[in-house]
Design a protein around this ligand. Structure first.
Ligand code: 5CA
Ligand code: ZN
Length: 410
């Protein structure tokens, strides 16, 4: 699929440090990327009710990582998916009487325009699952052949195919190696997040669906497995593998994806290649609103497009989201926009008479701060302090704020 246009990113003198990033699997900070290129796979939207501020916060976190990597001189390879066929999308389409393809297309369009407003650097590959059905079916066929997938009969359709978590255990992955969760928690999360632990005929209640045979009234594609459609985790495993030819540096998404989604995407990739999916499994905190996680299923949404339509400067939305650390769970309030507007106007006034000076020690401070697990709140405070102290605006620092934080002031 086409993504969206690339914002201008000023190039800065010198290079920044290689960032350290928190890894969920080990619970430690890891140096993200020791090679010349850095690869990133981020779980994209399921296109209905896009783009709420929780999504936006997650994509801005990885946008910051991309910007820091580019500044460190890395060649960045970025892939993002679109879950453009899945149960929640089909349910929403049915409930609203809209064709699921139209619903997906309109929401992906909205997402593109939101990302553009927020000046998010686009992935090089933006891939819908409907574009890779054959690749998914081939991968599932290989898993069957390898003895790590099995058939589960159903009353109303051909057999569905499931992943055999126990048989797939290897040095590269075993159940829990990404999430580190105990079995009881996994059982609860599986039931809450799209799994089907109650389904009869599975070898382990946690085993996830790889391929769903066609049901009446549901979309399905011809494939080597017969007619059907992909399960969720195999979609991301296959898209990540198709577009990256080795273990990726960072696999990212919200913390609601730690289990089961990223656990099993990692399991599928390990079973297909013998290698881990990623060096670092990175997760963003959840943005809440009115006391609950902002989510399409609850409907407590603040949409980027509505804020923009109401006249909020997209740079203020960006600053509001960057003012919280990407790993924290936090609640969106109107005060976030108010504070961001004040910040944007004070920074803009400061930058208005910027000197054509192309070196500024503050650039190193900004680089250093962001390299510690993308500490954007601290970076914003440091710039506030600099502005408040009446320090002169230099072209070098104004450009660094643009390149690293995505905020163009002049
Ligand atoms: N299509 C799948 C991933 S393959 C999916 O989770 N789609 S989504 O539309 O529900 O979410 C898109 C991204 O936003 C995911 O990375 C998800 O973890 C993240 N996300 C969803 N809700 C929030 C929230 N309230 N706060 C922060 N991030 C969120
Ligand atoms: Zn995903």
């Amino acid at each position: 699929m086409k993504s969206w246009s690339h914002p201008a990113v000023p190039s800065l003198a010198g290079t920044g440090p290689i960032p350290e990033l928190f890894d969920t699997a080990t619970g430690t900070l890891k140096r993200a990327c020791s090679t010349a290129h850095a690869s990133l796979y981020v779980c994209g939207i399921t296109p209905y009710d896009a783009t709420h501020l929780g999504h936006a916060a997650t994509y801005l976190a990885y946008d910051t990582l991309v910007r820091v990597w580019l500044d460190a001189g890395k060649d960045v390879r970025y892939v993002q998916n679109i879950t453009d066929v899945d149960d929640p999308l089909l349910e929403r389409a049915a409930a609203t009487g809209v064709d699921w393809r139209e619903l997906a297309a309109s929401q992906v369009d909205l997402f593109r325009s939101d990302m553009q407003h927020l000046r998010v650097i686009p992935p090089q590959h933006y891939v819908g699952v409907t574009e890779v059905i054959d690749d998914v079916a081939d991968a599932v066929a290989r898993l069957l052949q390898a003895g790590v997938a099995y058939r589960v009969p159903s009353e109303d359709a051909d057999d569905d195919l499931y992943f055999d978590s126990a048989a797939a255990a290897s040095v590269a992955w075993s159940l829990g190696s990404e999430s580190g969760l105990d079995r009881e928690t996994m059982m609860r999360l599986s039931a809450e997040r799209g799994g089907d632990p109650e389904r009869a005929g599975k070898r382990d209640p946690l085993d996830p669906l790889l391929w769903r045979a066609e049901r009446a009234g549901e979309p399905a594609w011809d494939s080597v497995l017969g007619r059907g459609r992909p399960g969720w985790h195999i979609e991301c495993a296959v898209i990540a593998l198709d577009r990256h030819d080795e273990t990726i540096t960072v696999n990212g998404g919200g913390s609601d994806l730690i289990f089961p989604h990223h656990e099993f995407s990692a399991g599928h990739v390990a079973a297909l290649t013998g290698e881990p999916l990623a060096e670092i499994y990175s997760h963003t905190g959840m943005v809440a609103y009115q006391g609950e996680k902002m989510s399409k299923s609850l409907g407590n949404l603040v949409l980027v497009s509505r804020l923009v339509a109401a006249g909020v400067d997209p740079r203020a939305i960006r600053l509001a989201l960057l003012s919280e650390h990407y790993r924290s769970d936090w609640e969106w309030t109107d005060a976030h926009v108010r504070r961001a507007n004040v910040r944007l106007s004070s920074w803009s006034d400061w930058a208005a008479d910027c000197d054509a000076v192309d070196a500024d020690p503050k650039v190193a401070t900004l680089r250093e701060t962001l390299s510690h697990d993308l500490d954007t709140p601290r970076a914003l405070e440091q710039i506030d302090a600099h502005v408040a102290a009446g320090q002169p605006a230099t072209r070098a620092l104004v450009d660094a704020i643009d390149a690293l934080l995505g905020i163009r002031l002049v």
